[in-house]
Ligand binder design. Structure first.
Ligand code: SAM
Length: 284
């Protein structure tokens, strides 16, 4: 099965691939890392995998061996003929030339495929928007195994009171069980990025860890709190265009939550944000 797998270095050389910065192209060359990503994703022949940004196809080839079907969405039109050639002998891959941010994932999935596993070495310039779109969209995603900047991984796992804690931490922890799988040094890529990377495994939760009456309100509150990090929670919520509570309603809810008027959003846990959302939802 592995005999026709081509190394990243040889594909780049053969097709004279010039990595495009604007698409966040850093191609993985380390086969141990490629295998490590596939292992962490726990893929079997019953699985359909969505790969975002197959690049020169290094990870795609590993995925094709492990999965039943691979759907790979690549924005760079110039890479498509290269992918077609390097993956040519594999029958279980579908290549799509598209921007993942403009793609309705449900429309590109084969009929009756059930839930999918997302696997990607993500382009770093739009990591957070891609993750948020996947988390908030309604595609049937079972898990995401993604290579991201180490600093973004730290933000995902961060807790209240830490500098790195924010809207991304809360969204990831609300929607998934997240864990860091391994760190990857810049030398594993061509060209090497300026930062270290982390492979994360996000298992999408069937039920959120907290109950909340209005999920949209919860995330609007979270956005408002972290948009103006330096402000108190009270002022952040008061000045946010998406929220229309009076100053009195906001301060009453914060008081009922048992927090001082000076509390900042970054000090609230997910449970506390959920309670605050319910208090404001049920305001008299
Ligand atoms: N998977 C390859 C690997 O591991 O070597 C390439 C990873 S590279 C970090 C990111 C890939 O995502 C590039 O191939 C890039 O062209 C592609 N990409 C960037 N933005 C994209 C978008 N909006 N939609 C789909 N693919 C995108």
């Amino acid at each position: 099965m592995t005999k026709d797998r081509q190394s990243t270095v040889s594909v780049i050389k053969k097709y004279d691939v010039r990595a495009r910065k604007k698409y966040g192209q850093n191609f993985l060359k380390d086969e141990n890392i490629l295998q490590g990503i596939v292992d962490a994703a726990e893929i079997g022949k019953e699985d359909t995998v969505l790969e975002i940004g197959p690049g020169t196809g290094a990870l795609t080839a590993f995925l094709c061996e492990a999965a039943g079907r691979v759907i790979a969405v690549e924005i760079d039109r110039d890479l498509i003929p290269i992918l077609e050639e390097t993956l040519g002998t594999r029958e279980n891959v579908t290549l799509i030339n598209a921007d993942i941010m403009k793609t309705d994932i449900r429309e590109i999935l084969p009929e009756g495929c059930g839930s999918i596993k997302v696997v990607a070495n993500l382009p770093y310039y739009i990591t957070t928007p891609i993750i948020m779109t996947l988390l908030e969209g309604n595609a049937p995603i079972d898990s995401m195994t993604i290579m991201i900047q180490k600093e973004v991984a730290e933000r995902m796992l961060s807790l209240p009171g830490k500098k790195t804690y924010g809207a991304l931490s809360l969204a990831v922890q609300y929607h998934t069980e997240a864990k860091a799988v391994m760190e990857v040094p810049p030398s594993s890529f061509i060209p090497p990025p300026k930062v270290s990377s982390t492979v994360m495994h996000l298992k999408v939760r069937k039920e959120p860890p907290v109950n909340v009456m209005d999920e949209e309100l919860l995330f609007e509150l979270i956005r408002a709190s972290f948009n103006q990090r330096r402000k108190t929670l009270q002022n952040g919520l008061k000045n946010h265009p998406g929220l229309h509570f009076s100053t009195g309603e906001i301060s009453a809810a914060i008081e009922k939550l048992g927090k001082p008027a000076s509390v900042r959003g970054e000090q609230l846990s997910l449970e506390e944000f959920a309670s605050l959302a319910d208090l404001l939802y049920q305001r008299p």
